[in-house]
Design a protein around this ligand. Structure first.
Ligand code: ADP
Ligand code: MN
Length: 177
């Protein structure tokens, strides 16, 4: 039994993966389908100032992990959350009943990220991150393997199938007791 999960009436899902793999698109649709709360960690960090300033080199906010975890603790205890973030190693393991790692073919990912206007460095860093399955490895190191699932996210059909799979999983989930 996962410590803490017995108190939740609904599970918490972490949706992670390299930027551009479709976390926000899928999380938004899934949250609407199952009436869960969608928490986009990047937006939360910006809105609530949960950072230590801007990293010019990486071109992103320097996320403050303690502030983010403090901010989310109560809501995570309630359950019914879809947390959307490109990293997964700093959240408490007990928060999540399922950790979804989205994966995208690297040429498809390259196009998505260049459409987003990423510069060459950011582009190659992220495509490399995807090629080496960095986030999947991080997830497997941070959570029990039976809670981690890698899902392909190349096409809209992939996304629909993933939403169906996760919707079914949530319907069949019962808190451990
Ligand atoms: P992330 O939140 O992981 O950075 P987004 O959800 O913002 O990724 O998606 C990045 C881009 O890819 C968006 O333009 C989105 O419409 C597109 N996209 C996301 N998932 C898919 C998919 N499964 N098939 C086709 N396009 C997708
Ligand atoms: Mn996103």
């Amino acid at each position: 039994m996962v410590e803490g999960s017995s108190k939740r009436k609904r599970p918490n899902i972490l949706v992670t993966g390299t930027p551009g793999t479709g976390k926000t698109t899928m999380s938004t649709a899934l949250a609407e389908s199952i009436q869960f709360r969608h928490i986009n960690v990047g937006d939360l960090v910006k809105d609530k100032n949960l950072h230590d300033g801007w990293d010019d080199e990486l071109d992103c906010f320097i996320l403050n992990e303690d502030l983010v975890c403090d901010e989310l603790e109560d809501v995570m205890e309630e359950g019914g959350n879809i947390v959307d973030h490109h990293g997964c190693d700093f959240f408490p393991e007990r928060w999540f009943d399922c950790v979804v790692v989205l994966q995208t073919d690297n040429t498809v990912l390259y196009d998505r990220l260049s459409n987003r206007g990423y510069n060459e460095t950011k582009l190659s860093n992220n495509v490399e991150c995807e090629i080496f399955q960095v986030i999947l490895e991080e997830a497997k190191e941070s959570y029990p393997e039976d809670r981690v699932v890698a899902l392909k996210s190349d096409t809209i059909e992939d996304m629909s199938r993933n939403i169906t799979t996760l919707t079914d999983w949530v319907r069949n989930w019962h808190s451990a007791s």
